[in-house]
Design a protein around this ligand. Sequence first.
Ligand code: CTP
Length: 399
Amino acid sequence: MLSGKKIIVCISGSIAAYKIPFLVRLLKREGAEVQVILTPFAHEFVTLLTLSTLSEKPVLTEFYEEGSGSWFSHVDLGLWADLILVAPLSANTMAKMAAGIADNLLLTTVLSARCPVYYAPAMDLDMYKHPSTQANIKTLSSFGYKLIEPAEGELASGLKGMGRLEEPENILSILKEEFLKNSAFAGKQVMVSAGPTYEAIDPVRFIGNHSSGKMGAEIALALAKNGARVELILGPTSLAIDHPLINVHHVTSAEDMFERCTSLFPESDVGIMTAAVADFRPVSGAAEKIKKESGLENLQLEPTKDILSEMGKGKRDNQLLVGFALETENEEKNALKKLQNKNLDLIVLNSLKDDGAGFGYDTNKITLLTREGNKKEYPLKSKADVATDILLAIEDLLS
Ligand code: CTP
């Protein structure tokens, strides 16, 4: 859920710095971009190599790089970040932050921040209880910085009490909460259709397609991780989706999907139709298995209802509708025609001509086209990353 979020992790001189490589790993695993900054003393406790390897970025300690003369702008860093975390925060760096002292890159970056700043103190219990530390915490709170309280437990000094750096997993949860609170999807209801539909010829055979439902499932998961309540209308697939915010409605035919989607869309804020709905179905499915001797001369097909068009007709001004277009030729022209005809706000274009894109793959390559005429092409990515790109584009439209 931290995909694309830019987080600066500031480490000051405390033995608890040894926990930060694990936190960096957790943040990276959630998709965040992480820049580590240390005070000059902090790397006595944790190696730069460990941190740069895990964050996949050179870590910063000085204002400029010895030799090359490269200057690291604390203002640019402060503007770049979506969130700054100072952990562990030593009593010394805390006092400097409270006083506005700016004698290292970490302190100047925090002073330049325009984003939320979280700080997690770690020090011995008497230092933590000291009136000067408590006064500094009050000052930092008055700046709007958010305290991640230290935990109780065994301290490096051998004493027991308050002062331990909060565990990395708990810090991660707190930071996720911050992003969730600001997510454009928090509390929104989103309807997603996914997978194929099966149109019965007889009790054994059907007309279907190769859709795996993976793209829709990734979108549903990304929405739920961003706090949306998701109604997922899922055609026949082998996917098992389990998330408390995702309500899965299993359907088989285009008609079932039509019924479920048209009843749920009016109460949704956003509709995202990834399903590969069969365009034709047998006029009447045979009650008994058709024997091969009888042949299929009587198999008559009729068009299924276009679910997305129906939703587009009834769309209110406060609703957003997103469609997919899977094309093999004149891709952009056909996608734009669907955007217009189905009254969509955004269409996700897939070309079956792109290697690694389309049915069955774990990757996809998309182009996003909006009603306002904007176009953005993306490289081949995992379907999870594609889901994030689509959500970011919808977030733009929501705001
Ligand atoms: N769609 C739908 N109901 C249908 C057919 C399509 O809701 N009966 C939706 C799909 O979920 C997708 C969009 O419409 O979001 C475009 O689907 P696509 O199959 O690419 O287009 P069609 O409208 O079916 O046109 P064609 O198959 O001729 O390209």
